[in-house]
Design a protein around this ligand. Structure first.
Ligand SMILES: [Zn+2]
Length: 701
């Protein structure tokens, strides 16, 4: 054979096509990436030296470069999630910093940034398609947000701020972690664990054992209750000991707010630095900087949405609290007329048990995986005219339980593929569920022939595997999760965009990306869809009607309080990143107290230091972006309402609406601004009306 026999190419460096999972080993990761990153670095240097401000001279070679990296790195990241091992983790950790470094170098390349700007200013600009223009605009924007446009002192200051912010955010989350660990409550008397479910009692005995109580048992204790959510949450819901709930609650709300782990000074510093960063980049406030890369056009639009939701949920939340008091009173609770923060979860849980007496387990026999898949595939065929067929054996897989499917269009032509890895494998697979990109749709030209590369998705869930000849039986929650992830998958797979950088979920603004996924969840409550798949796996008996009624009612249980809580967090986040100033005479905590007057029905205690543990905005990626949860829900509910308005039992209308949804929301991906995409589907801007209606909240006039 040719020279290829000497330098046989690593399966991790193939760079295109389906990954050969069987041939990829943990040992091959480090050498493959050493080689790949060296090659890419060389290619980047060459590109920087020869870059032309044209599509062919800039975007195409750049896309080839990033696709090469994404192809290989995507496989390693994927295997980290589904086939983890200490060897792979070690290889991943040693390679990851270099991958990040290279991506930063690419994102901050001055010659490439200049070429993008020159392309935008050239005569060729007007001839580019809208999707091409959006790819260029996004590249310029992202480069500018990473400081490329700055010079001299401003650039140095920018980098120094970035560095300090990174340190502060790590410190912030470490403080929360340490403060959470620092508190515990060891219970020794069986009266102190009254009401707790067996799972929590076992967990608490196990925690006591780990803390040195060698003889701790679930039966005799001692039991250690902590502020970790699997311990804190169930304890607040179930402990009948009001005094202990209060003690635990007070410890929880003062985490990281005093002593060595005090996050208060960090919060002030983070807000101050973010404001300075925004100014350096030419924005008035950090909230404006955050929105520059999101769907929401400006702070005002976010605030008016939050205000609409607030008005609609406030009275409902008050009413829910009154109902809860009455319920507690009916059970003879002495505290009924004076419910405190540490009573809410407890009584809400008692009321829930009484109103919707069923457990998640009871529904499992009605949702065997094969039936649920039939239901899901049937639904998308009905809505979007696509046909899904098993294609097992046509693609290498990483585990024998993994399935492979093909999606075909109306004429039977394949348009996409996906893997489904449904079952939990705790020894090697991360928990939760997700959709990830395996291959992006895109135009490929080889030897003068241009073809379209079809998209491939990974769909990963974590449900109970089949036992003997009993199929995998799903909870309703798992069914919703599968529909949710499949919605992300459809966004990726039904795209018609031919430029990978804007195909599917790529280049879709962060606050819009959950539209297609949450949209699919709605169908789990649609009567024909649900009853079409919910049949007892042994008897074929359909899901009893009373369960359906309870599912519907449980969905909106205390939805006023739940919505108001999200509005409280979102408004606080925006206010702190938009109007708060270090020298403005108000501390961040004062800001919270002020907003609490209109966004809570039970005001926070004076010592409540929620902000000190608000990791989403101080150590996660949600700064001036917490509103995105509600924003995306508004979009998905409104999109679903288009089907309701068309008539859920009008087959003709459903098909037409489904086609329009497929041609806009699912087809356009990141090639258009999400507001334009939404408007092209709905014929108008999004409205909160549908979400409020679905949540059982009526908009205030
Ligand atoms: Zn999602």
């Amino acid at each position: 054979m040719s020279t290829n026999t000497i330098i046989s190419k690593s399966p991790l460096l193939k760079g295109s096509g389906l990954p050969s999972f069987g041939e990829i080993s943990a040992e091959s990761v480090v050498p493959a990436f050493n080689q790949l990153l060296a090659e890419l670095d060389q290619e980047l240097t060459t590109l920087e030296a020869n870059v032309k401000p044209t599509w062919n001279g800039l975007v195409e070679p750049l896309e080839k470069l990033t696709e090469g990296l994404n192809w290989s790195w995507g496989i390693v990241s994927h295997l980290m999630g589904v086939k983890n091992s200490s060897e792979l983790r070690e290889a991943y950790e040693s390679v990851q910093p270099h991958v990040v470094q290279f991506s930063n170098k690419l994102g901050q390349s001055q010659p490439i940034y200049n070429a993008f700007k020159a392309l935008r200013a050239s005569d060729a600009w007007a001839k580019l398609e809208e999707s091409q223009q959006r790819i260029v605009e996004a590249a310029i924007r992202d480069a500018e947000l990473s400081g490329v446009g700055l010079q001299g002192e401003a650039k140095e200051r920018f980098n120094a701020i970035q560095m300090e912010l990174a340190e502060l955010s790590t410190k912030f989350s470490n403080h929360v972690l340490d403060a959470t660990k620092a508190f515990s409550m060891t219970l020794t008397n069986p009266e102190e664990i009254e009401g707790l479910p067996p799972s929590l009692v076992s967990l608490a005995a196990q925690a006591a054992q780990a803390a040195g109580e060698e003889n701790a048992t679930p039966e005799n204790g001692p039991w250690r209750i902590t502020l970790d959510s699997p311990s804190y949450g169930p304890f607040m819901q179930h402990s009948t000991r009001r005094d202990l709930r209060e003690k635990l609650y007070r410890a929880f709300i003062t985490r990281a707010s005093y002593g060595e782990l005090d996050n208060n000074p960090l919060i002030e510093r983070i807000l101050e630095l973010r404001q300075e960063l925004a100014k350096l980049l030419g924005f008035e406030t950090y909230a404006e900087l955050s929105l520059a890369s999101k769907m929401a056009p400006n702070v005002q639009a976010v605030e008016s949405l939050l205000e609409e939701m607030r008005r609609a949920s406030y009275d409902a939340a008050i009413k829910e609290l009154e109902e809860l008091k009455a319920f507690a009173g009916s059970k003879g609770a002495p505290e009924a007329n004076d419910l405190q923060h540490w009573d809410i979860s407890f009584w809400a849980e008692r009321q829930r048990e009484e109103k919707f007496a069923f457990t998640a387990e009871e529904l499992r026999p009605y949702f065997p995986l094969p039936q649920v898949l039939d239901g899901l595939f049937g639904l998308v065929q009905r809505l979007f005219g696509i046909t899904i067929t098993p294609n097992d054996g046509q693609a290498p897989v990483w585990h024998e339980d993994v399935r492979y499917f093909q999606i075909a269009n109306e004429t039977g032509q394949p348009i996409a593929y996906f893997y489904l890895d449904p079952y939990s494998r705790p020894e090697e697979k991360r928990g939760g569920a997700w959709m990830d990109v395996c291959i992006n749709r895109g135009k490929v030209t080889e030897n003068g022939v241009t073809t379209t590369r079809l998209p491939v998705a990974y769909l990963v869930c974590n449900q109970t595997p089949p036992i003997g000849d009993q199929p995998s039986l799903m909870t309703f929650n798992e069914v919703e999760t599968l529909f949710h992830e499949f919605g992300h998958g459809l966004h990726h797979m039904l795209t018609k965009v031919e430029y990978a950088a804007a195909a599917g979920i790529n280049n879709v603004e962060w606050d819009a990306v959950e539209l297609p996924s949450q949209f699919m969840e709605n169908w789990c409550y649609d009567r024909p869809t649900l009853f079409g798949m919910a049949k007892h796996y042994q008897t074929g008996e359909p899901l009893p009607e009373h369960y359906y009624q309870k599912l519907l009612a449980a969905k909106n249980y205390m939805s006023g309080s739940g919505t108001l809580r999200q509005i409280h967090f979102s408004s606080l986040d925006i206010e702190l990143h938009h109007r708060y100033r270090a020298d403005g005479g108000e501390t961040p905590k004062d800001v919270r107290s002020r907003l609490a007057e209109t966004t809570t029905v039970l005001p926070p205690l004076p010592e409540d230091s929620f902000l000190c543990a608000f990791g989403h905005i101080f150590s996660g990626g949600y700064a001036a972006g917490y509103y995105s949860y509600k924003w995306a829900e508004v979009l998905s509910a409104d999109a679903f309402a288009a089907f309701e308005e068309a008539g859920l039992d009008n087959e003709q209308a459903i098909k037409a609406t489904g086609k329009r949804y497929r041609d806009t929301v699912l087809a356009l991906g990141g090639s258009k601004h999400p507001m334009d995409v939404f408007k092209s589907f709905r014929g108008r801007e999004p409205s909160t009306e549908a979400l409020l209606k679905h949540n059982g909240l009526v908009a205030a006039a």
